[in-house]
Design a protein around this ligand. Structure first.
Ligand code: PGA
Length: 260
């Protein structure tokens, strides 16, 4: 894992957007995996700016989202369809036919999950998967105890994750219990993982995921096995790391050719 600690979320988001932008410029048909939640909003804002001001072209990219709630209409304001439209897709020139978000309304959820995996495979696999982390260490909506080899499937949210999502739904009781999420095996098959975490609420989960043992109880810890996982943190999310001085030194002293 490469652990990069930045002064604040804005600097980390800019760095993340630069990595995505370079991939899109080098590979106009890139397949991008998107995440939702508070964390990547700054990254998406920066991608929109790069599109408007520096003509970053999304016309030929393909998008796959990590997850979606079961039972929500795409137009529901708390759905991830709405989130992606609001924060990114309506501001850039992505082809709507190349947007993939799990269909949580289908009567046949297992078929939706199988089809999602097939579509990722047919698109050639995901080049960069953007990720957040739950306060409980979840990755996508792979809650603690998720199989480390899991593929896209239905999951049941923990009480903590439903509490963390209560605001978007106007109350914890309105948060769905079920979601469709890419599995940890699906995420591990992506060519690059870019995990962002900001703020003090993420410090414990980050410390466990980065410096603790690999364990299904901390799903994000599986990234220790990924050949190309970049963990982008602000000072607060990095506060629980034992070896932050080492990570900072490594990043600051990388030879130019190795800088991401
Ligand atoms: P957040 O969610 O960005 O809203 O904190 C992250 C997650 O649950 O994975």
């Amino acid at each position: 894992m490469e652990i990069i600690i930045q002064r604040d979320a804005e600097a980390a988001s800019r760095l993340a957007a630069g990595i995505v932008a370079r991939t899109v410029r080098e590979k106009p048909h890139a397949v991008l995996g998107f995440a939702t939640g508070q964390t990547p909003i700054g990254l998406y804002g920066e991608l929109v700016r790069l599109h408007r001001e520096e003509r970053l072209d999304f016309e030929r990219i393909t998008a796959f989202n990590l997850d979606e709630f079961v039972g929500l209409k795409p137009a529901h304001p708390a759905s991830y369809h709405s989130y992606m439209r609001e924060h990114l897709f309506r501001h850039i020139n992505i082809d709507p036919a190349r947007i993939n978000i799990p269909d949580g309304l289908s009567a046949d959820i297992p078929a939706v999950c199988r089809d999602y995996e097939d579509r990722i495979h047919s698109a050639g696999g995901i080049d960069i998967q953007i990720l957040g982390i739950g306060t409980d260490g979840h990755l996508g909506f792979n809650e603690p105890s998720s199989s480390l080899a899991s593929r896209t499937r239905i999951k049941t949210l923990t009480a903590r994750t439903r509490r963390d999502n209560a605001e978007a739904f106007g109350g914890e009781d309105k948060v769905p219990h079920h979601v469709i999420t890419m599995g940890l095996g699906t995420i591990m098959a992506c060519r690059m993982c870019l995990l962002l975490a900001f703020g003090p609420a993420k410090a414990h989960a980050i410390a466990q995921a980065v410096e603790g043992p690999i364990a299904a109880m901390v799903p994000a810890s599986i990234l220790q096995m990924h050949p190309r996982a970049v963990i982008l943190l602000d000072e607060e999310a990095a506060a629980g790391l034992q070896r932050s001085a080492y990570y900072r030194w490594v990043y600051e002293n990388k030879p130019g050719w190795q800088k991401i």
